[in-house]
Design a protein around this ligand. Structure first.
Ligand code: ZN
Ligand code: ZN
Length: 351
């Protein structure tokens, strides 16, 4: 082969393209292999592990297969998001590469929170566990309404596949108001922890303060009251967590029509994380329809390079309790009138 300087430019270009192509096919093949191995392990585990484990001493029966199915979903979700991102942006620009080889202080925080199990992957477990509680109490309220009024609030007579988008819309409606509440003066210090990330990486989604008072329950309880079947709620939660990973990725896209109406895009979520507070924050909703309806849609052309973060100083890094405790203290100081850490976008402020 001739040295590069002697080859025509078109040939060099083609070589570069080939290298990129090979890199991407390797990523696709690697991902398919991962899915195959994970599915194989799952299938094998279902064969080996009994469906139920009876504990005679405590008179309990553990539904082992149900637990296995949940674990499988969790082990597939994050790697899937990381792989999708690497395939779209290429290995060199991927979160995974930087997280492993050269994490910034902010990314170390993301990783530490994630590893500490306060992130979304364990959050799935947390949600599943909380869902149990919310389904019992929500189901009870649902039945009480039916007894008192004769009205059955659901589930509607729809096939399972149609219930997922329906309850996704309901879920994202409640999540929209929870998230907007997070951006009010009193709740901001705890949510600020998530917004303090200086770069996006897929696991930034996991960077949540461990005491989000407004979260999970507020969203899942109304769904249970509305009669969402438990298995629909689990799928909707898994969907939401998966979307959470993707919108914090380095994929630069507004997802076209989908990103404008149905599912928030990475570019729009970046606009939500904007550092510049001189104009109102919008884009609270996982389903953009809600931002449009409630007047917080500002981004027909969100900038994929927009600077993100907060102007409150953070120390970041692997040692996360410092910033977490500081924010927790700010939260309570706000409630007792000792601080005012509110972001510019308050609950009922519009453009
Ligand atoms: Zn936010
Ligand atoms: Zn975010």
């Amino acid at each position: 082969m001739k040295p590069a300087a002697l080859r025509p430019a078109s040939e060099i270009g083609a070589g570069v393209l080939d290298a990129k192509g090979v890199g991407r096919s390797a990523l696709v093949i690697g991902f398919l292999a991962y899915v195959a191995v994970a599915s194989g392990a799952w299938w094998g585990a279902l064969k080996v592990v009994p469906a139920q484990l009876v504990l005679p001493i405590v008179h309990k029966t553990l539904p082992l297969h149900d637990h296995l199915n949940n674990v499988f979903l969790i082990f597939l979700l994050l790697p899937t998001a990381l792989w999708i991102e690497s395939i779209v942006v290429g290995w060199n620009a991927s979160s995974l590469r930087q997280l492993v080889l050269a994490p910034t202080a902010s990314m170390k925080t993301d990783l530490a929170v994630f590893i500490l199990g306060q992130g979304h992957v364990l959050d799935v477990v947390g949600r599943l566990l909380l869902l149990g509680a919310s389904m019992i109490s929500g189901g009870w309220i649902h039945d009480a309404i039916q007894r008192a009024t004769g009205v059955n609030l659901g589930p509607p007579p729809l096939p399972f596949a149609a219930q997922i988008p329906l309850y996704f819309a309901v879920y994202t409606f409640f999540d929209y108001w929870t998230h907007r509440t997070d951006h009010t003066r009193l709740f901001w210090p705890l949510h600020r922890y998530h917004h303090s990330a200086e770069q996006f990486s897929v696991v930034t989604s996991a960077r949540q303060h461990p005491a989000p008072f407004t979260a999970v329950f507020i969203v899942n309880l109304p769904l249970a009251v509305l009669g969402a079947p438990p298995e629909v709620m689990i799928y909707v939660n898994v969907l939401v967590v998966g979307i959470g990973f993707l919108i914090h990725s380095r994929i630069e896209s507004d997802w076209g029509f989908v990103g404008r109406w149905l599912v928030q895009s990475p570019n729009h979520h970046r606009l939500h994380h904007k550092l510049d507070m001189s104009y109102p924050t919008g884009h609270f909703a996982i389903m953009p329809l809600w931002d449009r309806l409630f007047g917080t849609w500002y981004g027909d052309h969100p900038d994929p390079k927009l600077a993100i973060g907060v102007d409150t100083p953070y120390r970041h890094g692997f040692f996360v309790p410092r910033d977490m405790l500081r924010d927790y203290a700010h939260f309570w100081m706000g409630w007792f009138g000792r601080r005012n850490d509110g972001p510019e976008s308050d609950l009922f402020r519009k453009r």
